[in-house]
Design a protein around this ligand. Structure first.
Ligand code: FAD
Length: 479
């Protein structure tokens, strides 16, 4: 019998599990995929928004502003990347300037700090690569960028170190009342718990339906992206948004925490929540829009294109509430943008909802509050690198040349509290395969390391999720 079962190991489920791991609770996280963070968490803009563009009074606004405040300290303690480099919303005409003023007012209502309206001159002085057609901007000093995979893994690492159990490849198919508690049925078996948190992202409406709740419907909405090397590109220090329209925040140009640029996203409603394709039409729109902000962008330096799918609810706001039909179930649904920025605040909010539902929380005495610094060889000084290699020669063997990732770092990825199990899991954890050649050189070597460390055959190693085998068999028998 668990105290709490969290359905879904995206950044939101992970943040909830982390928050609750501070208390004496038996917690289980059930994830349908082979690895955590493979839903919307794996493909988004990675912006920790300040919170000015959420409708005043909405739950989104509340979660976003608080989440933004919580990120710096969390990132420091849990050692995941966070860069508070600020953001601009730029306007190109009088009408857009009026929208910026309205956004500024909304930001003040939402409790955002350090917001300023900047003139054309000041905007261009600060970001000279922007289009000369810019009329002015809304500047937010507190907006930042993070690495969504590493944030998600860090929340899970801390949760697991503090007793949370994570079970992957456990798709939840039904919820039932069971005496005073609940029973969660998965494709593999069943688990009992006093409380169940539905953090199933794109499927959060389906899980709500399992509890007899039909308060929201998710309309999956795809967003396409282009990742570009900063080399041979103009310098853009902050996240650049265009003035939002009814369709959304528009296309941004932003620096990632790893020093590349990301442009995107588009916005298209799709039938299939799992779709991850990018087509010429989407890319054409994307490139035209991003060049409108930064005309000098050089797409010849593209690393890859990809897409993510938003869990857009028909209600327009996050749907975080206790089920009226099935006592003990809490829905955390419709977590579209700014869900990444809001995740730590959602964790706190869910904790409060649990308490309101009668769950008594006792603080753990031996809670592990910080995570150790991961070894990232290319960030170390020459002397530090030498010391590390002497301790473990695997840190001296370079596997991914594009991103300078050593064998030691890849082995580490397989032994974190929340360990990587797939090629893409390793890529997201330590960036092997994330660079310009996209794994063309290092993928076979990472595969060998996965086989050796996990005692698996090459035919058993997956690229990402169920069925994505990299190797199907031998061409010839070993001599
Ligand atoms: C294009 C785009 C841009 C965005 N940009 C930003 C941004 O810049 N800043 C920001 O704050 N937010 C942004 N977001 C939103 C942000 O990415 C999401 O709000 C956040 O990732 C949601 O996390 P989640 O954990 O709720 O969902 P997910 O990451 O989808 O996690 C849900 C998990 O539940 C699992 N699951 C589903 N069904 C079941 C089941 N039946 N049983 C077990 N497990 C199940 C899934 O496999 C998945 O791992 C963006 C989103 C998109 C698509």
């Amino acid at each position: 019998m668990f105290d709490v079962i969290v359905i879904g190991a995206g950044v939101v489920g992970a943040a909830i599990a982390r928050e609750l791991s501070q208390y004496d609770l038996k917690i289980l996280v059930l994830e349908k995929s082979v690895e955590p963070g493979q839903g919307t968490t794996k493909a988004n803009s990675a912006v920790v928004h300040a919170g000015y563009d959420c409708k005043a009074g909405s739950l989104k606004a509340k979660m976003n502003v608080l989440g933004n405040k919580l990120y710096p300290e969390l990132a420091k303690k849990l050692k995941f990347p966070f860069m508070q480099n600020g953001s601009f919303v730029i306007a190109f005409d009088d009408e857009e300037m009026e929208t910026l003023k309205a956004l500024y007012q909304q930001g003040l209502e939402n409790g955002c700090e350090q917001l300023e309206l900047w003139s054309r001159e000041k905007t261009l002085q600060e970001e000279p690569a922007l289009s000369s057609q810019v009329r002015g901007s809304l500047y937010s000093a507190l907006a930042g960028v993070t690495d969504p995979f590493l944030a998600c893994y860090a929340f899970l690492d801390q949760g697991i170190l503090n007793g949370v159990e994570l079970k992957c490849e456990e798709k939840v198919i039904a919820l039932e009342k069971r005496g005073q508690g609940l029973r969660v049925l998965t494709r593999k078996g069943s688990y009992e718990s006093r409380y169940v948190i539905n953090a199933a992202g794109l499927y959060s409406d389906k899980i709500a339906n399992m509890a007899g709740d039909f308060d929201f419907v998710i309309h999956p909405t795809k967003g396409e992206y282009r990742m570009i090397e900063s080399k041979d590109n103009p310098v853009v220090k902050r996240t650049i948004f265009q003035t939002p329209t009814k369709k959304g925040k528009g296309v941004l140009v932003a620096m990632t925490t790893h020093g590349n640029y990301i442009t995107g996203p588009t916005s298209r409603v799709v039938d299939n929540p799992e779709c991850s394709d990018v087509d010429d039409e989407g890319l054409a729109v994307l490139d035209e829009c991003s060049k409108k902000s930064v005309p000098g962008l050089n797409f010849m330096r593209s690393i890859r294109v990809f897409s993510g799918v938003r869990a857009k609810p028909d209600t327009g706001d996050f749907m975080i509430y206790a089920s009226k039909n099935m006592q003990g179930v809490i829905h955390v649904g419709g977590i579209e943008s700014p869900g990444l920025a809001s995740a730590p605040a959602i964790g706190l909010y869910v904790k409060e909802l649990l308490e309101k539902s009668g769950c008594v929380l006792h603080q753990k005495e031996n809670f592990i509050d910080e995570l150790p610094e991961p070894v990232i060889m290319h960030r170390l000084s020459f002397q530090e690198q030498e010391k590390k290699i002497r301790e473990n020669p695997k840190y001296g063997k370079m596997i991914c040349r594009c991103e300078s990732v050593s064998e030691g770092e890849i082995v580490d990825a397989l032994h974190y509290p929340c360990p990587s199990r797939t090629l893409d899991g390793v890529k997201r954890r330590v960036r092997a395969g994330m660079g310009r050649c996209q794994g063309g050189f290092c993928a076979p070597r990472v595969l060998e390391i996965l086989c050796r460390e996990l005692h698996l055959e090459p035919t058993e190693i997956l690229k990402e999720d169920q069925g994505s085998f990299l190797v199907t068999g031998k061409l010839k028998e070993d001599a």
